[in-house]
Design a protein around this ligand. Structure first.
Ligand SMILES: Cc1cc2nc3c(=O)[nH]c(=O)nc-3n(C[C@H](O)[C@H](O)[C@H](O)COP(=O)(O)O)c2cc1C
Length: 300
């Protein structure tokens, strides 16, 4: 999740809660760039330890640039490439990349064919239900199948909806029924029961968790039945304390200085919505210095 996740957070998740797969944030692909991927993006792919597959997500619209970026990612060791067709945000949309690709579906087969021809490993697409309307995705499914995409990840909001309203998992169910491709369901999975129900009712092949997993990293374990689905406040306090302190340890060497570490930790606590945490979150957000923030966490 661009701006929110990073290698340090992914490593913590890989070590502590073992998701089956992790994704990079979108890597922006621009035509005419000096090199298809930035050195730090290549380093991140190279540094991925064996065990948990890393999917490298690309966002762009220029076919040649996307193909070169996919090739560079594979040369750096990536075995899984994903293309972002969901990001609703201005800069990207004006640049006709991300979710804006869904505005011109006629142009998609050329892009998908070129990527499929060059990608040796798995190739997936992350998309929204449509650009303007929730039913646009249905007509696109044969195109994804014909292009030889390996799987789809569906976030069933429209691009123009951004994050407003709720993810419409009736669309997920319909998409699963209409395509032979495996579909990974995404959007508003914040609790284990929600994820399990979605798997049962939609026919999805798997789940992708974003904000819900940042708020509760053990969501993966709860979904697998390895941790209780519901815990009391005392246990949740203990988990959040351990999580934030472990993240702090990773962030201090990763980010440059206390101010950045504090800013990044605040982004994480902003997604923790337990009712009892509300007051503490307010206090944590007001902290101007990292030691004050840490002291409040330690009191948890
Ligand atoms: C801050 C933020 C950054 C995001 N960055 C990305 C991204 O880089 N690539 C992507 O595919 N989706 C990105 N998303 C969308 C999420 O992956 C996900 O599709 C969406 O938040 C719905 O799922 P959730 O309810 O599990 O978070 C981002 C979302 C947020 C809130």
């Amino acid at each position: 999740m661009q701006g929110l996740t990073n290698v340090a957070l992914r490593q913590l998740f890989i070590e502590q809660v073992q998701p089956d797969v992790v994704f990079t944030e979108f890597l922006q692909v621009r035509p005419g760039a000096r090199s298809p991927l930035k050195p730090n993006e290549c380093r991140e792919i190279t540094a991925q330890p064996e065990g948990t597959p890393l999917v490298v997500q690309l966002m762009g619209r220029d076919i040649d640039a996307l193909v070169k970026a996919a090739e560079a990612a594979e040369q750096a060791g990536a075995k899984h490439i994903n293309i972002n067709m969901g990001c609703p945000y201005g800069r990207m949309v004006n640049n006709s990349a991300g979710g804006a690709l869904l505005k011109q579906p006629d142009l998609l087969p050329k892009t998908l064919d070129a990527l499929r021809a060059s990608i040796q490993g798995s190739f997936s697409v992350k998309l929204r239900a449509g650009h303007d309307q929730h039913d646009e995705v249905y007509d696109l499914l044969p195109m994804f199948e014909a292009a030889g995409v390996d799987f789809l990840i569906l976030h069933p909001r429209t691009v123009i909806q951004r994050y407003d309203g709720a993810a419409d998992h009736e669309v997920t169910r319909q998409v699963c029924a209409l395509t032979s491709l495996p579909v990974i369901a995404n959007g508003d999975i914040n609790r284990a029961e929600e994820g399990q129900q979605l798997l049962r009712e939609s026919g999805a092949a798997g789940l992708m968790m974003g904000r819900g997993a940042i708020a509760d990293p053990w969501l993966f374990a709860r979904l697998r039945g390895e941790r209780p689905m519901v815990i009391d406040q005392v246990e949740r306090c203990r988990e959040i304390r351990a999580y934030l302190l472990a993240l702090l340890q990773r962030y201090q060497p990763y980010f440059c200085g206390d101010t950045q570490v504090l800013f990044k930790l605040k982004e994480v606590i902003n997604l923790i919505h337990d009712e009892w945490f509300h007051k503490l979150r307010k206090a944590l957000r007001k902290c101007k210095k990292l030691p004050a923030f840490i002291a409040l966490i330690q009191e948890l």
